[in-house]
Design a protein around this ligand. Structure first.
Ligand code: NAD
Ligand code: UGA
Length: 484
């Protein structure tokens, strides 16, 4: 059956490989693990493996020398609670960060591929398909620098059947080296990455159902068995594993879009979306998670992975299925715009020259990551309406500056939220950092222009108290509390 990622002459070489054949290790360590890609996934996952498996040497490589330098410093390139201490406890012992990619490949027994897989922005499939150039470059580099057999693990999120293309590239030409490909998608969420990886709901490993495939799978399982209970290791065929990752993100995002549609209905009917979420979430068949209404989901993966799923469905001419999933993204766009419109309408249909404090720019709390953050869209729209923005965030201001650098309009970036509210007409809370819950809102109210508005995009503040202080309060999916 043809497929978008299927190479014409794909097959795994029939020769059976024993697990022992993969083991080319330095004397001190049982095995050498290499991870290509030192990003939000590669860095933290390998740090956890190095912590839990002192008998393995773990090396993380990247084409970005700047990223590698940061991993080797005390200011890591990403903020993730609990990560720095775990890096410090093993770095230089069995965890190494390096730009020597070719050497790393040569020495490795197991190679995790954790490079970025962004949405393709050009040519065929632009705006939906995955841009596989980084994966392909990595595969060619692995092939060109391998002198011994290796297990190659897809850690990046990839389209279903991507392992075929990977295998074809790795086994192409005059090459006697054997590669066994596994799919081992990562399910951690940013901000809780360390605990997600130390205590995962499940570890998914997809492999070929051949003797060599199963042997390679067992080698990978041995690593996870250092800390993950056996019953949480799930094995499937390669394609189910690849597809499950896309579907997991699509279903999580779908729940958010579902509750966000209900939020809009609540706002016009005086129902309360928090009460609705609680009422439905107590049904054990539904469950309480991912039912918080907000200004829309963000992050580097939900939109990208759903659009990838949509592209795959369209490729196979499953147009109704594609349309179903695409709607999850459309509703998210609608929700972000709705948040802006609510601000505009409440503030007498003009924002020209008005000052707004933006509380939170990261796509969620406890991360400095702003990739596809709702704040980017919302701030751009507010600037378009000629509002003046005073943006504050505990960790994401550097990224916020970059995200808005090409956008015209008046904007300031301030670390201190009390400074950010000086003389503003409104507060737009976009990210629910816990520190925002404990601010002195009486003091804040006194610093603001009147009438003072607060748009709690995350329903994380005490609305009644804010109202009693004198704010006009606009939550998501609940009636406003207004003095006007
Ligand atoms: P990232 O952009 O933070 O990191 C990717 C790294 O790969 C970059 O540092 C880049 O320089 C490097 N790279 C690219 N091409 C390379 C090459 N040819 N050789 C060596 N290094 C190369 O991306 P990320 O957020 O870590 O995501 C990586 C993958 O994991 C993606 O497929 C993503 O969908 C998936 N994922 C991400 C998360 C998350 O929370 N961020 C969670 C689960 C899965
Ligand atoms: C998500 C998934 O949760 C991870 O399992 C997956 O590994 C990861 O994507 C990935 O593949 O990159 P992440 O994006 O880091 O993790 O963070 P989430 O906690 O899922 O939040 C995503 C977005 O949804 C955030 O903007 C968050 O504010 C929003 N959200 C989440 C809501 O609006 N409501 C909710 O109830 C939950």
């Amino acid at each position: 059956m043809p497929g978008p990622f299927r190479a014409r002459h794909f097959f795994f070489k029939p020769k059976f490989l024993l697990a022992e054949k993969f083991l080319m290790t330095s004397k001190k360590f049982k095995k050498n693990i290499l991870c290509i890609g030192a990003g939000y996934v590669g860095g933290p996952t390998m740090t956890i493996i190095a912590n839990k498996c002192p008998d393995y040497k773990v090396t993380v490589v990247d084409i970005s020398a700047e990223r590698i330098d940061a991993w080797n410093s005390d200011k890591l390139p990403i903020f993730e609670p609990g990560l720095l201490e775990r890096v410090l406890s093993v770095r230089g012992k069995n965890l190494f960060f390096s730009t020597e990619i070719d050497l790393g490949i040569d020495e490795a027994d197991i190679i995790f591929v954790s490079v970025n897989t962004p949405t393709k922005m050009f040519g065929e499939g632009a705006g939906k398909a995955v841009d596989l150039q980084f994966i392909e470059q990595t595969a060619r580099r692995i092939k060109n620098n391998s002198k011994s057999n290796k297990i190659v693990v897809e850690k990046s999120t990839l389209p279903v059947r991507a392992a075929e293309a990977l295998a074809t590239i790795l086994h192409s030409g005059d090459n006697s080296v054997e590669f066994e490909i596994l799919s081992n998608p990562e399910f951690m969420a940013e901000g809780t990455g360390v605990s997600d990886m130390e205590n995962p709901d499940r570890i998914l490993i997809g492999s070929k159902d051949t003797k060599s495939g199963v042997a390679a799978r067992d080698v990978l399982m041995d690593i996870y068995l250092h800390w993950v209970p056996k019953e949480r290791l799930i094995t499937t065929n390669l394609w189910s594993s690849e597809l499950s990752k896309l579907v997991a993100n699509a279903v999580l995002a779908q729940r958010i879009s579902s509750i966000n549609t209900i939020a809009s209905l609540c706002e016009v009917t005086e129902a309360d979306v928090t009460e609705v979420s609680r009422a439905i979430g107590l049904d054990s068949r539904i469950g309480p998670k991912f039912l918080n209404a907000g200004p829309g989901f963000g992050g580097s993966c939900f939109r990208k992975d759903i659009l990838n799923l949509v592209y795959l469905c369209e490729y196979y001419q499953l147009n109704e299925v594609a349309a179903f999933w695409e709607q999850v993204v459309s509703i998210n766009d609608y929700q972000m715009e709705r948040y802006v419109k609510r601000i505009l309408q409440a503030m007498f249909n003009t924002l020209v020259g008005k000052k707004l404090a933006v509380f939170g720019f990261a796509f969620k709390p406890d991360t400095g990551d702003t990739r596809d953050a709702p704040a980017i869209y919302i701030c751009k729209r507010l600037l378009e309406e000629k509002a003046c923005l005073k943006i504050t965030d505990p960790y994401a201001l550097d990224n916020a500056r970059k995200d808005l650098q090409l956008t015209e309009g008046k904007k300031e970036f301030l670390e201190d939220p009390y400074e950010a509210v000086e003389g503003v007409h409104a507060i737009a809370l976009i990210t629910e950092w816990s520190s925002y819950k404990n601010l002195d809102y009486q003091k804040i109210f006194e610093k603001m222009e009147k009438p003072a508005f607060i748009f709690d995009g995350r329903n994380c503040l005490d609305h009644q108290t804010l109202y009693e202080i004198g704010f006009n309060v606009y939550p998501v999916g609940k009636p406003e509390l207004s003095h006007l």
